[in-house]
Design a protein around this ligand. Structure first.
Ligand code: 15L
Length: 259
């Protein structure tokens, strides 16, 4: 794996992930609608709006693997979600196929299963329960990944990402937090694991209060290095500043469930 395309490269998750990917791969192609200006050695920027198939194909040219972070990253009206996360996601998988890309890591989200109650422990085989149009679009992306793996032999890893950051921000994030270094480890599994066909895993660090059975990730060799509990005091202090939310506090997707 020499050249890896990162879509949505101007976004916050890409900003936190890039240093770890740079350390692993000689060449990173960064695509977004918004220019990325702080390029490091080994990185180059390709402007691409993923709703434009020709631009998406051009971004995939000469690429071995893709980390697909592009799209709209929170709940929004269908008119916003559809082009960015449905059309854009289709264009990305189809362009990857046409360009002969071997692997796609798809940034799915906890919001694909956000309407499970927090008291439930769920695996990746539980049916999806999206908490909004954004979550629906992530379930769609997982389905598309499955199709492109089975029909065209693309290797696909969908990561149901919790919340990426240097530390958990509140009570809910203590359960779903993902350190960027652990996200990078999952991306590397998706890009490099020799036996990967199509898998869905949870994007969570070592979270003692976690709700997810992440067996498929552990089976593929995932060993998170970061523990949410180390920052529990900070997260609980931040939680104490928040107003109670009868719906958001009940479900795994939090505030997305009543937006
Ligand atoms: C997500 O999927 C979003 O992209 C991110 O902005 C956060 O809202 C995160 O989920 C979360 O659930 O905390």
């Amino acid at each position: 794996m020499q050249t890896v395309l990162v879509t949505g490269a101007a976004g916050d998750v890409a900003r936190q992930l890039r240093p770890y990917l740079r350390a692993a791969y000689p060449s990173l192609v960064l695509s977004d609608r918004t220019p990325v200006t702080d390029l490091a050695p080994g990185e180059r920027f390709v402007a691409a709006d993923l709703t434009d198939m020709a631009a998406t194909l051009a971004a995939c040219e000469g690429v071995d693997g893709i980390v697909h972070l592009g799209g709209y990253s929170v709940e929004a009206p269908w008119e916003t979600i559809h082009p960015a996360n449905v059309v854009g996601c289709y264009n990305l998988f189809e362009a990857a196929r046409q360009a002969g890309v071997r692997r796609v890591v798809f940034a799915s989200s906890n919001h694909a299963i956000g309407f499970y109650e927090r008291r439930r422990r769920i695996g990746v085989d539980h049916r999806v329960r999206p908490d909004g149009f954004y979550g629906v679009s992530k379930a769609f992306g997982e389905a598309l990944g499955s199709l492109y793996a089975d029909k065209y032999g693309l290797g696909v890893l969908s990561i149901r990402i919790g919340n990426v950051g240097s530390r958990p921000l509140d009570l809910r994030r203590l359960s779903i937090w993902l350190h960027p270094e652990d996200l990078a480890q999952l991306c590397r599994i998706g890009l490099e694991h020799p036996e990967l066909h199509n898998e869905v895993v949870y994007g969570a660090s070592d979270n003692a209060r976690g709700w997810w059975d992440n067996e498929p990730a552990f089976r593929l060799g995932y060993a998170p290095r970061h523990r949410a509990e180390d920052d529990a005091a900070h997260a609980l202090a931040e939680q104490a500043k928040l107003e109670p939310d009868p719906i958001g506090d009940r479900f795994q997707g939090g505030g997305f469930c009543n937006r």
